[in-house]
Design a protein around this ligand. Structure first.
Ligand SMILES: NC(=O)c1ccc[n+]([C@@H]2O[C@H](COP(=O)([O-])OP(=O)(O)OC[C@H]3O[C@@H](n4cnc5c(N)ncnc54)[C@H](O)[C@@H]3O)[C@@H](O)[C@H]2O)c1
Length: 416
Protein backbone atom coordinates (compact mmCIF):
# COMPACT_ATOMS: atom_id res chain seq x y z
CA UNK A 1 0.00 0.00 0.00
CA UNK A 2 1.40 3.42 -0.91
CA UNK A 3 1.36 6.08 1.70
CA UNK A 4 0.42 9.68 1.11
CA UNK A 5 2.04 12.58 2.85
CA UNK A 6 -1.32 13.87 4.05
CA UNK A 7 -2.02 10.61 5.88
CA UNK A 8 1.34 10.74 7.51
CA UNK A 9 1.08 14.29 8.78
CA UNK A 10 -1.93 13.44 10.90
CA UNK A 11 -0.20 12.05 13.95
CA UNK A 12 -2.05 12.62 17.18
CA UNK A 13 0.00 10.58 19.62
CA UNK A 14 3.59 10.88 20.68
CA UNK A 15 5.45 8.39 22.84
CA UNK A 16 8.71 9.71 24.27
CA UNK A 17 10.95 6.87 25.43
CA UNK A 18 13.12 8.13 28.32
CA UNK A 19 12.07 11.05 30.53
CA UNK A 20 15.46 12.53 31.41
CA UNK A 21 17.17 15.81 30.61
CA UNK A 22 16.36 15.30 26.92
CA UNK A 23 13.08 13.39 26.86
CA UNK A 24 11.10 15.39 29.39
CA UNK A 25 11.41 18.79 27.66
CA UNK A 26 10.40 17.12 24.37
CA UNK A 27 7.36 15.54 26.06
CA UNK A 28 6.29 18.89 27.48
CA UNK A 29 6.88 20.78 24.22
CA UNK A 30 4.95 18.19 22.19
CA UNK A 31 2.06 18.24 24.69
CA UNK A 32 1.93 22.04 24.56
CA UNK A 33 1.83 21.79 20.76
CA UNK A 34 -1.37 19.75 20.90
CA UNK A 35 -0.14 16.16 20.71
CA UNK A 36 -1.36 13.58 23.17
CA UNK A 37 1.89 12.59 24.82
CA UNK A 38 2.94 9.47 26.69
CA UNK A 39 6.12 10.05 28.65
CA UNK A 40 7.50 6.56 29.11
CA UNK A 41 10.42 5.70 31.37
CA UNK A 42 11.53 2.35 32.78
CA UNK A 43 12.29 3.98 36.10
CA UNK A 44 9.25 3.66 38.33
CA UNK A 45 10.73 6.16 40.76
CA UNK A 46 11.08 8.76 38.01
CA UNK A 47 7.50 8.23 36.84
CA UNK A 48 6.13 8.62 40.36
CA UNK A 49 8.16 11.82 40.75
CA UNK A 50 6.88 13.23 37.47
CA UNK A 51 3.30 12.33 38.33
CA UNK A 52 3.78 14.36 41.51
CA UNK A 53 5.45 17.30 39.78
CA UNK A 54 8.97 16.54 41.00
CA UNK A 55 11.50 17.41 38.29
CA UNK A 56 15.25 17.88 38.04
CA UNK A 57 15.26 19.38 34.57
CA UNK A 58 15.81 23.15 34.57
CA UNK A 59 14.03 23.33 31.18
CA UNK A 60 10.65 22.32 32.58
CA UNK A 61 8.28 24.26 34.86
CA UNK A 62 6.47 22.34 37.59
CA UNK A 63 3.22 24.22 36.82
CA UNK A 64 3.34 23.08 33.16
CA UNK A 65 3.99 19.52 34.22
CA UNK A 66 1.02 19.41 36.58
CA UNK A 67 -1.35 21.40 34.35
CA UNK A 68 -0.70 19.25 31.25
CA UNK A 69 -1.24 16.08 33.27
CA UNK A 70 -4.46 17.41 34.78
CA UNK A 71 -5.78 18.28 31.32
CA UNK A 72 -4.93 14.77 30.10
CA UNK A 73 -2.44 16.08 27.50
CA UNK A 74 0.43 14.12 28.95
CA UNK A 75 0.56 10.81 30.77
CA UNK A 76 3.65 9.52 32.51
CA UNK A 77 3.95 5.77 32.53
CA UNK A 78 6.49 3.06 33.19
CA UNK A 79 4.90 0.58 30.82
CA UNK A 80 5.18 1.45 27.15
CA UNK A 81 1.67 2.29 25.88
CA UNK A 82 0.05 0.05 23.28
CA UNK A 83 -1.84 2.44 21.00
CA UNK A 84 -4.09 1.45 18.14
CA UNK A 85 -3.24 4.54 16.03
CA UNK A 86 0.07 5.27 14.33
CA UNK A 87 2.33 7.35 16.56
CA UNK A 88 5.48 9.38 16.65
CA UNK A 89 7.97 7.59 18.88
CA UNK A 90 10.92 9.67 20.11
CA UNK A 91 13.90 7.85 21.58
CA UNK A 92 15.79 9.72 24.32
CA UNK A 93 17.61 7.09 26.36
CA UNK A 94 21.20 7.21 27.66
CA UNK A 95 24.04 6.16 25.38
CA UNK A 96 27.01 5.96 27.77
CA UNK A 97 30.45 4.37 27.48
CA UNK A 98 31.36 0.98 28.89
CA UNK A 99 34.36 0.40 31.17
CA UNK A 100 36.67 0.37 28.13
CA UNK A 101 35.27 3.72 26.95
CA UNK A 102 33.50 2.05 24.02
CA UNK A 103 29.84 2.81 23.13
CA UNK A 104 27.37 1.03 25.36
CA UNK A 105 24.11 0.77 23.45
CA UNK A 106 22.41 -1.67 25.80
CA UNK A 107 19.77 0.85 26.84
CA UNK A 108 19.14 1.87 23.25
CA UNK A 109 18.78 -1.79 22.26
CA UNK A 110 16.32 -2.41 25.09
CA UNK A 111 14.36 0.70 24.04
CA UNK A 112 14.17 -0.61 20.45
CA UNK A 113 12.95 -4.01 21.67
CA UNK A 114 10.23 -2.34 23.72
CA UNK A 115 9.20 -0.09 20.82
CA UNK A 116 8.92 -3.10 18.53
CA UNK A 117 6.27 -4.61 20.82
CA UNK A 118 3.90 -1.64 20.38
CA UNK A 119 4.75 -0.31 16.94
CA UNK A 120 1.77 0.35 14.66
CA UNK A 121 1.84 0.59 10.83
CA UNK A 122 2.90 3.99 9.43
CA UNK A 123 4.46 5.17 12.68
CA UNK A 124 7.45 7.52 12.73
CA UNK A 125 10.45 6.62 14.90
CA UNK A 126 12.80 9.51 15.70
CA UNK A 127 16.11 9.08 17.47
CA UNK A 128 17.37 11.91 19.69
CA UNK A 129 19.95 9.85 21.58
CA UNK A 130 23.52 10.64 20.62
CA UNK A 131 25.33 7.73 19.02
CA UNK A 132 27.88 6.69 16.42
CA UNK A 133 27.48 7.49 12.73
CA UNK A 134 25.03 5.07 11.14
CA UNK A 135 23.10 4.21 14.33
CA UNK A 136 19.66 4.94 12.89
CA UNK A 137 20.20 2.93 9.72
CA UNK A 138 22.34 0.07 11.00
CA UNK A 139 21.28 -0.34 14.61
CA UNK A 140 17.88 1.16 15.45
CA UNK A 141 15.95 0.16 12.33
CA UNK A 142 17.20 -3.47 12.32
CA UNK A 143 16.74 -3.79 16.11
CA UNK A 144 13.13 -2.66 15.83
CA UNK A 145 12.33 -4.60 12.68
CA UNK A 146 13.76 -7.81 14.07
CA UNK A 147 10.72 -8.14 16.33
CA UNK A 148 8.05 -5.97 14.72
CA UNK A 149 5.68 -6.71 11.89
CA UNK A 150 4.51 -3.09 11.58
CA UNK A 151 4.51 -1.93 7.97
CA UNK A 152 5.64 1.33 6.39
CA UNK A 153 7.38 2.61 9.47
CA UNK A 154 9.49 5.71 8.89
CA UNK A 155 12.77 6.54 10.61
CA UNK A 156 14.51 9.87 11.26
CA UNK A 157 17.17 11.39 13.48
CA UNK A 158 16.93 14.71 15.27
CA UNK A 159 19.98 14.85 17.54
CA UNK A 160 19.38 16.75 20.74
CA UNK A 161 21.58 19.77 21.46
CA UNK A 162 20.03 20.84 24.74
CA UNK A 163 22.33 22.45 27.30
CA UNK A 164 20.48 21.98 30.62
CA UNK A 165 20.47 25.20 32.62
CA UNK A 166 21.25 27.43 29.62
CA UNK A 167 18.72 30.26 29.88
CA UNK A 168 19.53 31.70 26.42
CA UNK A 169 19.44 28.61 24.22
CA UNK A 170 16.74 25.99 24.74
CA UNK A 171 14.92 23.49 22.54
CA UNK A 172 12.73 26.23 21.03
CA UNK A 173 15.46 28.47 19.64
CA UNK A 174 18.43 26.12 19.14
CA UNK A 175 18.42 25.09 15.47
CA UNK A 176 17.35 21.47 15.08
CA UNK A 177 19.14 19.12 12.68
CA UNK A 178 16.85 16.61 11.01
CA UNK A 179 17.17 13.85 8.49
CA UNK A 180 15.13 10.78 7.64
CA UNK A 181 16.02 7.55 5.92
CA UNK A 182 13.88 8.86 3.06
CA UNK A 183 12.30 12.18 2.09
CA UNK A 184 8.95 11.19 3.53
CA UNK A 185 10.54 10.57 6.95
CA UNK A 186 12.44 13.86 6.78
CA UNK A 187 9.25 15.75 5.98
CA UNK A 188 7.29 14.11 8.79
CA UNK A 189 10.00 14.74 11.36
CA UNK A 190 10.26 18.34 10.15
CA UNK A 191 6.47 18.77 10.59
CA UNK A 192 6.72 17.49 14.14
CA UNK A 193 9.66 19.63 15.28
CA UNK A 194 8.46 22.76 13.52
CA UNK A 195 5.58 22.81 16.02
CA UNK A 196 8.01 23.78 18.79
CA UNK A 197 11.42 24.54 17.23
CA UNK A 198 11.93 27.85 15.45
CA UNK A 199 14.74 26.78 13.12
CA UNK A 200 14.95 23.41 11.40
CA UNK A 201 17.98 22.48 9.34
CA UNK A 202 17.48 19.36 7.27
CA UNK A 203 20.47 17.46 5.95
CA UNK A 204 20.79 14.94 3.17
CA UNK A 205 21.28 11.81 5.29
CA UNK A 206 20.85 10.76 8.94
CA UNK A 207 24.59 10.04 9.00
CA UNK A 208 25.31 13.77 8.42
CA UNK A 209 23.16 14.77 11.39
CA UNK A 210 24.69 12.04 13.57
CA UNK A 211 28.22 13.09 12.58
CA UNK A 212 27.47 16.80 13.09
CA UNK A 213 26.24 16.12 16.63
CA UNK A 214 29.41 14.19 17.46
CA UNK A 215 31.64 16.78 15.81
CA UNK A 216 30.19 19.79 17.62
CA UNK A 217 30.81 18.20 21.03
CA UNK A 218 34.22 16.91 19.96
CA UNK A 219 35.10 20.46 18.88
CA UNK A 220 34.39 21.63 22.42
CA UNK A 221 36.19 18.67 23.95
CA UNK A 222 39.46 19.14 22.04
CA UNK A 223 39.45 22.88 22.65
CA UNK A 224 39.03 22.30 26.38
CA UNK A 225 41.91 19.79 26.24
CA UNK A 226 44.01 22.37 24.42
CA UNK A 227 43.33 25.03 27.01
CA UNK A 228 43.94 22.55 29.84
CA UNK A 229 47.32 21.80 28.31
CA UNK A 230 47.92 25.53 27.86
CA UNK A 231 47.25 26.05 31.59
CA UNK A 232 50.20 23.74 32.37
CA UNK A 233 52.42 25.99 30.26
CA UNK A 234 51.17 29.28 31.75
CA UNK A 235 51.46 27.84 35.28
CA UNK A 236 55.08 26.96 34.61
CA UNK A 237 55.69 30.55 33.52
CA UNK A 238 53.85 31.92 36.55
CA UNK A 239 51.32 33.81 34.43
CA UNK A 240 47.53 33.69 34.64
CA UNK A 241 45.85 31.39 32.11
CA UNK A 242 42.59 33.33 32.35
CA UNK A 243 44.25 36.70 31.83
CA UNK A 244 46.18 35.30 28.86
CA UNK A 245 43.07 33.81 27.25
CA UNK A 246 41.12 37.01 27.78
CA UNK A 247 43.97 38.90 26.14
CA UNK A 248 43.92 36.49 23.16
CA UNK A 249 40.14 36.85 22.95
CA UNK A 250 40.47 40.56 22.19
CA UNK A 251 41.32 39.41 18.65
CA UNK A 252 38.00 39.98 16.89
CA UNK A 253 38.32 37.08 14.42
CA UNK A 254 39.69 33.55 14.27
CA UNK A 255 39.73 32.94 18.02
CA UNK A 256 37.16 31.54 20.42
CA UNK A 257 37.93 31.48 24.15
CA UNK A 258 37.73 28.27 26.17
CA UNK A 259 38.75 28.16 29.83
CA UNK A 260 40.60 25.47 31.77
CA UNK A 261 38.97 23.28 34.38
CA UNK A 262 39.60 20.07 36.29
CA UNK A 263 38.27 18.01 33.39
CA UNK A 264 35.01 17.62 31.51
CA UNK A 265 31.73 16.19 32.79
CA UNK A 266 28.16 15.36 31.89
CA UNK A 267 26.64 12.93 29.47
CA UNK A 268 27.92 14.67 26.32
CA UNK A 269 31.37 16.28 26.21
CA UNK A 270 33.33 13.43 27.84
CA UNK A 271 31.32 10.76 26.00
CA UNK A 272 30.50 11.87 22.46
CA UNK A 273 34.13 12.13 21.23
CA UNK A 274 34.56 8.43 22.03
CA UNK A 275 31.54 7.71 19.80
CA UNK A 276 33.33 9.61 17.04
CA UNK A 277 36.54 7.67 17.66
CA UNK A 278 34.49 4.46 17.46
CA UNK A 279 32.87 5.64 14.20
CA UNK A 280 36.34 6.38 12.78
CA UNK A 281 37.62 2.95 13.81
CA UNK A 282 34.67 1.29 12.12
CA UNK A 283 35.97 2.60 8.81
CA UNK A 284 39.61 1.80 9.61
CA UNK A 285 40.74 5.25 10.76
CA UNK A 286 42.52 5.97 14.02
CA UNK A 287 41.38 9.33 15.44
CA UNK A 288 44.58 9.99 17.41
CA UNK A 289 43.98 13.70 17.95
CA UNK A 290 40.61 13.10 19.63
CA UNK A 291 42.03 10.28 21.73
CA UNK A 292 44.84 12.53 22.93
CA UNK A 293 42.30 15.19 23.92
CA UNK A 294 40.41 12.54 25.89
CA UNK A 295 43.58 11.49 27.72
CA UNK A 296 44.45 15.12 28.45
CA UNK A 297 41.05 15.88 29.96
CA UNK A 298 40.92 12.60 31.91
CA UNK A 299 44.34 13.38 33.39
CA UNK A 300 43.30 16.82 34.66
CA UNK A 301 41.92 15.81 38.10
CA UNK A 302 45.22 14.02 38.78
CA UNK A 303 47.29 17.00 37.55
CA UNK A 304 45.27 19.37 39.71
CA UNK A 305 45.50 17.10 42.78
CA UNK A 306 49.31 17.14 42.51
CA UNK A 307 49.26 20.93 42.24
CA UNK A 308 47.06 21.14 45.34
CA UNK A 309 49.40 18.79 47.20
CA UNK A 310 52.34 21.00 46.34
CA UNK A 311 50.38 24.12 47.30
CA UNK A 312 49.69 22.66 50.76
CA UNK A 313 53.35 21.87 51.42
CA UNK A 314 53.72 18.48 49.71
CA UNK A 315 51.62 16.33 52.06
CA UNK A 316 47.84 16.07 52.10
CA UNK A 317 47.57 13.64 55.01
CA UNK A 318 45.08 14.91 57.60
CA UNK A 319 44.46 18.09 55.56
CA UNK A 320 40.82 19.19 55.70
CA UNK A 321 39.63 20.16 52.23
CA UNK A 322 36.13 21.25 51.31
CA UNK A 323 34.78 21.28 47.77
CA UNK A 324 32.10 23.78 46.72
CA UNK A 325 29.96 22.21 43.97
CA UNK A 326 30.40 18.61 42.80
CA UNK A 327 27.92 18.32 39.92
CA UNK A 328 29.49 18.67 36.49
CA UNK A 329 28.27 22.19 35.84
CA UNK A 330 26.56 25.06 37.69
CA UNK A 331 22.89 25.05 38.63
CA UNK A 332 22.06 21.44 37.86
CA UNK A 333 22.30 18.23 39.89
CA UNK A 334 23.82 15.98 37.19
CA UNK A 335 26.80 14.04 38.56
CA UNK A 336 27.46 11.97 35.45
CA UNK A 337 31.17 11.90 34.59
CA UNK A 338 31.72 14.85 36.94
CA UNK A 339 35.50 15.35 37.27
CA UNK A 340 34.90 16.74 40.79
CA UNK A 341 34.18 13.17 41.90
CA UNK A 342 37.50 11.98 40.47
CA UNK A 343 39.40 14.85 42.09
CA UNK A 344 37.70 14.09 45.40
CA UNK A 345 38.78 10.44 45.21
CA UNK A 346 42.36 11.32 44.29
CA UNK A 347 42.60 13.81 47.20
CA UNK A 348 41.22 11.18 49.60
CA UNK A 349 43.70 8.61 48.25
CA UNK A 350 46.47 11.13 48.99
CA UNK A 351 45.32 11.23 52.61
CA UNK A 352 43.11 14.36 52.69
CA UNK A 353 39.84 14.54 54.63
CA UNK A 354 37.42 15.78 52.01
CA UNK A 355 33.93 17.16 52.57
CA UNK A 356 31.67 18.84 50.03
CA UNK A 357 28.84 21.30 49.74
CA UNK A 358 26.40 21.16 46.85
CA UNK A 359 22.88 22.58 47.17
CA UNK A 360 21.77 20.54 44.14
CA UNK A 361 23.12 17.16 45.29
CA UNK A 362 21.48 15.67 48.34
CA UNK A 363 23.59 12.53 48.62
CA UNK A 364 26.67 11.10 46.96
CA UNK A 365 28.40 7.86 47.92
CA UNK A 366 26.37 7.62 51.13
CA UNK A 367 27.42 11.13 52.18
CA UNK A 368 25.26 14.24 52.43
CA UNK A 369 26.10 17.76 51.41
CA UNK A 370 27.61 19.90 54.23
CA UNK A 371 27.29 23.62 54.79
CA UNK A 372 30.38 25.59 53.75
CA UNK A 373 32.73 25.38 56.70
CA UNK A 374 35.65 27.57 57.80
CA UNK A 375 37.29 24.91 59.94
CA UNK A 376 39.29 23.66 56.97
CA UNK A 377 42.80 23.92 55.54
CA UNK A 378 41.60 24.61 52.02
CA UNK A 379 38.39 25.38 50.14
CA UNK A 380 38.09 24.49 46.46
CA UNK A 381 35.56 26.14 44.18
CA UNK A 382 34.76 23.64 41.45
CA UNK A 383 31.14 24.13 40.39
CA UNK A 384 29.95 27.59 41.46
CA UNK A 385 26.17 27.22 41.59
CA UNK A 386 24.42 30.60 41.81
CA UNK A 387 22.96 29.65 45.20
CA UNK A 388 26.34 28.91 46.79
CA UNK A 389 27.07 31.63 49.32
CA UNK A 390 30.79 31.99 49.93
CA UNK A 391 30.47 34.50 52.79
CA UNK A 392 31.62 31.94 55.43
CA UNK A 393 34.86 31.45 53.55
CA UNK A 394 35.21 35.17 52.82
CA UNK A 395 34.71 36.34 56.40
CA UNK A 396 37.00 33.71 57.92
CA UNK A 397 39.84 34.38 55.48
CA UNK A 398 40.32 30.62 54.96
CA UNK A 399 42.56 29.60 52.03
CA UNK A 400 40.49 29.08 48.87
CA UNK A 401 41.45 28.15 45.31
CA UNK A 402 39.14 28.72 42.37
CA UNK A 403 39.29 25.67 40.07
CA UNK A 404 36.11 26.46 38.17
CA UNK A 405 36.10 26.92 34.41
CA UNK A 406 33.86 29.90 35.10
CA UNK A 407 35.15 33.28 33.97
CA UNK A 408 33.54 34.97 36.97
CA UNK A 409 36.05 36.07 39.59
CA UNK A 410 35.07 35.08 43.11
CA UNK A 411 37.97 36.96 44.69
CA UNK A 412 40.28 33.97 45.10
CA UNK A 413 43.16 32.94 42.85
CA UNK A 414 42.25 31.04 39.72
CA UNK A 415 44.39 27.97 40.20
CA UNK A 416 44.38 26.79 36.59
N1 LIG B 1 21.87 15.64 29.01
C1 LIG B 1 22.22 16.41 27.98
O1 LIG B 1 22.60 17.56 28.16
C2 LIG B 1 22.14 15.90 26.56
C3 LIG B 1 22.23 16.81 25.52
C4 LIG B 1 22.14 16.36 24.21
C5 LIG B 1 22.01 15.01 23.95
N2 LIG B 1 21.95 14.12 25.00
C6 LIG B 1 21.77 12.71 24.67
O2 LIG B 1 20.41 12.36 24.91
C7 LIG B 1 20.31 11.01 25.37
C8 LIG B 1 19.58 10.98 26.70
O3 LIG B 1 20.33 11.69 27.66
P1 LIG B 1 19.69 12.28 28.99
O4 LIG B 1 20.67 13.26 29.52
O5 LIG B 1 18.29 12.70 28.76
O6 LIG B 1 19.68 10.98 29.92
P2 LIG B 1 18.94 10.83 31.34
O7 LIG B 1 19.70 9.81 32.11
O8 LIG B 1 18.70 12.18 31.95
O9 LIG B 1 17.52 10.25 30.95
C9 LIG B 1 17.35 9.07 30.27
C10 LIG B 1 16.13 8.35 30.83
O10 LIG B 1 15.93 7.20 30.03
C11 LIG B 1 15.40 6.18 30.88
N3 LIG B 1 15.57 4.89 30.19
C12 LIG B 1 16.65 4.12 30.06
N4 LIG B 1 16.38 3.05 29.30
C13 LIG B 1 15.06 3.13 28.96
C14 LIG B 1 14.19 2.32 28.20
N5 LIG B 1 14.58 1.19 27.63
N6 LIG B 1 12.91 2.72 28.08
C15 LIG B 1 12.47 3.86 28.66
N7 LIG B 1 13.26 4.67 29.38
C16 LIG B 1 14.54 4.31 29.54
C17 LIG B 1 16.17 6.33 32.15
O11 LIG B 1 15.49 5.74 33.25
C18 LIG B 1 16.28 7.86 32.26
O12 LIG B 1 15.25 8.40 33.05
C19 LIG B 1 21.74 10.49 25.42
O13 LIG B 1 22.04 9.85 24.22
C20 LIG B 1 22.56 11.77 25.52
O14 LIG B 1 23.87 11.61 25.00
C21 LIG B 1 21.98 14.54 26.29
Amino acid sequence: MTMHNNDRGSFKNVIVVGQGYVGLPISISAAKSGYKVFGFDISEEKIIQLQNGVINSPEVQKEDLLRLQKKGKITFTNSIPKLSDKSIIVIAVPTPLDNNRNPDLNMLKKACEMISTVLVDQSLVINESTSFIGTLRNFIKPAIEENSLAAEVKYAVAPERIDPGNSTWGIHNTPRLISGLDDDATGLAKDFYSKFCKIIHTVSKPEVAEAAKLFENTFRHVNIALVNEFSNITQAFGISTHETIQAAATKPFGFMPFYPGIGVGGHCIPVDPSYLVYSAESVGYEAQFIELADETNLRMPHVVASRIEKYLGGDLREKRIQIAGISYKPNISDLRESPALVLMKVLIDLGAQVSWCDPYVKKYNGQSSNELDNNIDLGLIITPHDTLNFSTWKISGVKVLDLSANIQNFGWPKFL
